[in-house]
Design a binder for this molecule. Structure first.
Ligand SMILES: [Zn+2]
Length: 358
């Protein structure tokens, strides 16, 4: 099961309610013993909304006050008419038509701010589609965008080129603001940049799913290490390009893209596999031996193969002898031993077609 959140404009003025919601949240932060809607009745926010806000903020010991709070309504208090594609929140006297697909089983929660309503719904996962080949997704080293390659057809897709320009543009703005010591503005700009990238990531993920559907293939991604435990230097892992996770600003973005790909593919039953990224950038995707990577260019001294470095890596990822995401390292090695008899000889995918040079 997956949870998806859809964002719609509500075209209503909820300023009064939003103010009340912020007051409820701040009241609960100040009065630690405030636990029930009775305690905040004097503020005058509908009990079902106040209740959700108390749940969210009442137990928060770190926060001292909040500037703005969304109106939060439990799905239980939301009515849905799937035939009319209409959602109704009686406590706010709000009725809205939605455009997103009816594939959800229930509404989990609804949140509102000044402009938008965020509807979180539960979506059952589809049974996994049977596939006989995979596409590989690699990050583009010249920007954030991804490179997608399908060994079976030899096709390469370069996606999300816009991200590169966004980063360049915002880097300049950030440097400018840093010089001027405009901290508030800097924060705002960082947030805006993040949002734009998030949007691009959603689009790129959607495109990758589309490509996989068209080719009836699964998706292989590189396993990113250390993204969750990058706090200490001890845990800091080096990625395949030899840079630490902290120093590479693009890592969380690529991680976000992977997350989007994963949940979107789950919904349509597309298999996603994670592979060990070791050697995916150094190995030649044609002969399997180690070649030379020089910036954007990859060349193989053994077979003469020349390719864009990112495409070469994406082909390697796609053709990788896969490892199930959930398996531990020990299991991986044993499993591969069973299948291939050996883990230390690089294996070529049988009958890999020759492909046009990208
Ligand atoms: Zn080669």
């Amino acid at each position: 099961m997956s949870i998806l959140t859809y964002k719609l404009r509500h075209n209503r003025d909820f300023a009064t309610e939003l103010q009340k919601a912020t007051r409820v949240a701040n009241y609960s932060l100040k009065h630690r013993k405030c636990r029930t809607t009775k305690d905040v009745k004097h503020i005058g926010l509908k009990a079902c909304i106040a209740n959700q806000i108390l749940k969210k903020y009442g137990s928060n010991k770190k926060l001292k006050n909040v500037a703005s709070v969304k109106l939060t309504i439990n799905g239980y208090f939301v009515k849905v008419d799937k035939e009319k594609k209409e959602i109704e929140i009686p406590s706010l006297k709000l009725k809205l038509n939605y455009l997103f697909p009816n594939e959800f089983t229930k509404v989990n929660q609804v949140e509102l701010d000044h402009k938008y309503i965020y509807i979180s719904v539960q979506i059952p996962d589809k049974p996994q589609i049977q596939v006989d080949h995979y596409l590989g997704v690699d990050r583009n080293t010249t920007g954030h965008c991804a490179v997608c390659a399908i060994p079976k057809t030899g096709k390469v897709y370069k996606l999300g080129k816009k991200a590169f320009h966004i980063h360049r543009k915002y880097k300049k703005i950030r440097q400018h603001l840093q010089k001027a010591n405009a901290k508030q503005m800097l924060k705002k700009i960082r947030k805006r940049e993040k949002n734009i990238i998030k949007d691009i990531n959603h689009k790129v993920a959607r495109k990758i799913i589309e490509i996989a559907k068209e080719n009836n293939c699964g998706i292989k991604l590189e396993k990113l290490g250390g993204i969750r435990d990058s706090k200490g230097a001890k845990n800091r892992k080096i990625n395949k390009n030899g840079e630490s996770f902290k120093s590479s600003i693009n890592n969380w973005e690529f991680y976000q893209l992977q997350q989007f790909i994963e949940y979107k593919s789950k919904i349509c039953g597309m298999p996603v596999l994670y592979i060990d990224p070791h050697y995916t950038s150094q190995k030649c995707s044609r002969c399997g031996l180690i070649g030379n990577r020089n910036g954007k260019k990859f060349s193989c001294p053994h077979c003469g193969h020349v390719d864009h470095a990112d495409s070469n890596a994406a082909f390697n990822i796609a053709a990788f002898e896969f490892q199930e995401k959930s398996l531990s390292n020990d299991q991986l090695i044993t499993d591969r031993d069973v299948i291939k008899g050996s883990t230390d000889t690089p294996q070529l995918e049988t009958q890999q077609p020759m492909r046009a040079v990208a």
